[in-house]
Design a protein around this ligand. Structure first.
Ligand code: NAP
Ligand code: HSE
Length: 427
């Protein structure tokens, strides 16, 4: 039986998960592939760190040359995270004629195009199924299974950590405790700022949009808003109105332009993504042939992510042994990315205002002057002593730039005490 040798860069949450699956299921995988996968080395930063018992410590190294410089290694699996040195190691592996599997959304979102070019020139594969949606097979579905579709829209919950935190907050738990738990469960990035500020979701949306719309969408063109400013009251008020609050990544094609953004969103309770809870992710794709398609599963964690990483490894082993390579596809056109200000949404606004006659009229006038129509307005709570009232306004669809301008005028009205929330509502 043919042996395929792999080198693994990283033995953290995902790396240790991959090694554990290979240890437990190596024989069964070999039988179904007709080839044996042999691990030749595992790169880590710290050799003295305590690791799980099913770990062969003899494989660990802090010297990357033991992997990149080993001519017998066919496949490099990059699971370090972060932009550097991961990008450089991937490039070096590809240039050395090694196939690469990575779970690194930052590197693929920022440098995927250039790295895929190198892979194509060298005649090797660069696969990144685990970079989006953890255990959900979404990359291969977009690349292969939906190939005949013209995709008009993707709407997705693609960060497990934030969906876990929002689900906990929805159930009345506090933000800091939920984040700590997500970190302990291995869901969060090394720097959780990447999760809670929607940086990770923007990388993932850049990857999905590039594949879905066959155009180059870089993460710096994606407008993003994280979850750190959300308040327990917004969950409560949203629920009373029949909505849930989710961090939603949306990309749609409008004519020859692409709109792509990630931000907290009020979703109607009956929306396909509204019931996605905890670490689960879901990707809703609109294709002209397939119509609506929802892919749902665990978006983070050692086991689901290892499943996706090893699916890529197995595809490469099959290519090495039987020659069944999947062709590398490149963006075939360049569509313009719309400025966020030019996009449209309905809005949920929560304002703290002076509790006195004429206040609502002043606010309605500012919104009206900006062409923004009010769908409903409810006074929620009042503090008679402080003479302030909290109001919640739902608008009809309006341009983002008009709302931004109106809010800056409202902020300066003498009756305004605070603009507590401005959250986009799913159309
Ligand atoms: P992690 O737990 O922080 O593990 C990182 C591993 O890489 C550790 O073993 C660390 O060594 C090693 N490492 C980091 N920098 C290194 C360097 N410069 N030289 C040598 N070794 C280095 O990260 P993770 O959660 O497994 O994530 C890995 C990748 O998978 C990231 O790109 C992440 O975005 C992606 N991903 C993660 C998940 C998830 O659920 N966690 C899901 C999908 C995708 P030590 O062990 O010695 O510290
Ligand atoms: N930190 C990421 C998340 C890991 O929470 O979704 C999976 O990509």
């Amino acid at each position: 039986m043919r042996t395929v040798s792999i080198g693994v860069l990283g033995a953290g949450t995902v790396g240790a998960g991959v090694l554990s699956v290979l240890q437990r299921k190596g024989d069964r995988i070999s039988r179904s592939l007709g080839a044996t996968i042999q691990i030749r080395g595992v790169l880590v930063r710290n050799l003295t760190k305590s690791r799980s018992d099913d770990f062969d410590n003899g494989l660990l190294t802090t010297d990357v040359e033991r992997i990149l410089g080993d001519a017998s290694i066919d496949v490099v699996v990059e699971l370090l995270g972060g932009e550097e040195p991961a990008r450089t190691y991937i490039e070096r592996a590809l240039r050395a004629g090694k196939h690469v599997v990575t779970a690194n959304k930052e590197v693929i979102a920022k440098h995927g195009y250039e790295l895929l070019r190198i892979a194509a020139d060298r005649g090797v594969n660069l696969f990144f199924e685990a970079s989006v949606g953890g255990g959900i097979p979404v990359i291969r579905v977009l690349r292969r299974d939906l190939v005949v579709n013209d995709i008009s829209q993707i709407q997705a919950i693609i960060n497990g950590t934030t969906n876990f935190i929002l689900s906990e907050m929805e159930a009345g738990r506090d933000y800091a405790g939920a984040l700590k738990q997500a970190q302990a469960l291995g869901y969060a990035e090394a720097d959780p700022k990447n999760d809670v500020e929607a940086i990770d979701a923007a990388y993932k949306l850049a990857i999905l949009s590039t594949l879905a719309f066959r155009t180059d969408v870089r993460p710096d063109r994606i407008h993003r808003v994280g979850i750190t400013a959300l308040d327990e009251k917004d969950f409560r008020y949203a629920r009373e109105m029949g909505y849930v609050v989710k961090l939603v990544a949306t990309a749609r094609q409008i004519g020859d332009t692409i709109e792509a953004n990630v931000h907290p969103t009020l979703l109607p309770a009956e929306h396909h993504l509204a019931s996605v809870k905890g670490v689960f992710n879901a990707v809703l794709v609109d294709g002209d042939e397939v119509d609506k398609l929802v892919l749902y599963g665990r978006g983070a964690g050692a086991q689901p992510t290892s499943s996706a990483v090893l699916a890529d490894v197995c595809a490469i082993v099959q290519d090495i042994v039987y020659g069944v390579a999947e062709p590398i596809q490149f963006p075939e056109r360049q569509l313009e990315i719309r400025d966020f200000g030019d996009t449209e949404a309905r809005f949920y606004l929560r304002l703290l205002v002076a509790d006195e006659p004429g206040v609502l009229a002043q606010i309605a006038r500012v919104l009206g002057d900006g062409g923004i129509s009010i769908a409903s307005c409810i006074q929620k709570e009042a503090d008679a002593d402080a003479r302030v009232a909290e109001i919640v306004i739902m608008t009809h669809a309006a341009r983002q730039s008009a709302m931004t301008d109106a809010l800056s005028v409202i902020a300066h009205l003498s009756c305004t005490r605070q603009i507590s929330a401005s959250i986009r509502v799913d159309r």
